[in-house]
Design a protein around this ligand. Sequence first.
Ligand code: HPA
Length: 230
Amino acid sequence: MTPHNEAKLGEIAKTVIMPGDPNRVKFIVDNFLDNTKLVNQVRGILAYTGTYKGKEVTVMASGMGMPSMGIYATELFNVYDVDKIIRIGTCGALKADISVESIILAKEAYTTSNYAHSLTGTETNIIAASTELNNKILEIAKKSNLDIMLATVNTSDIFYTEYIDETIEKNNCEVVEMETFALLFLANHFNKEATSILTVSDNLITKEELSAEERETKLHKAIVLALETL
Ligand code: HPA
């Protein structure tokens, strides 16, 4: 159907949950979903459509970084007519008092990249998440006594950075990851809804971090939170 997605029209649900990692897609499908069908495996970017508590959902990997997220999110919104995308991923904390395992809900994303300019010629560097989706997620978190923090996310193009740009601090970014700005900008561009639920995997100030194994297992809460919005 597209150069990157072999799912047929109608095989992708109206809501898509997007981890970065295809292994995590498989983990979610095996542990949380029923009636699953593999609908894409081009480039190993697995997508399965199934049901959670009877409601249809697609779980699809985004890959790492804005260029990868941008390709898949554009096609999901624009070709497959998806209404909502919820990214579930990890992030690094930029403040000493945000501990690993904390769950962050993106209020907005800031970036120093020229993603928006390259796409539309506009100078946007900050973009809000869907308030409707966020309110729903906050309500579910409250009902299940789950601590969740609304935060400004810095979406970086570079994992191994050597300095933190002063505008990142000026814009009060509390965490850093690599995909949310592109997702929110595209949702806005196509008049759709999106947000990110991020688990803190490392703290850039205190150097506290989750192990590779913990990164796999500590994401349960974020997965359930995303699935309960359906
Ligand atoms: N930088 C960028 N992306 C990330 C990080 C980080 O420190 N941690 C988790 N995702």
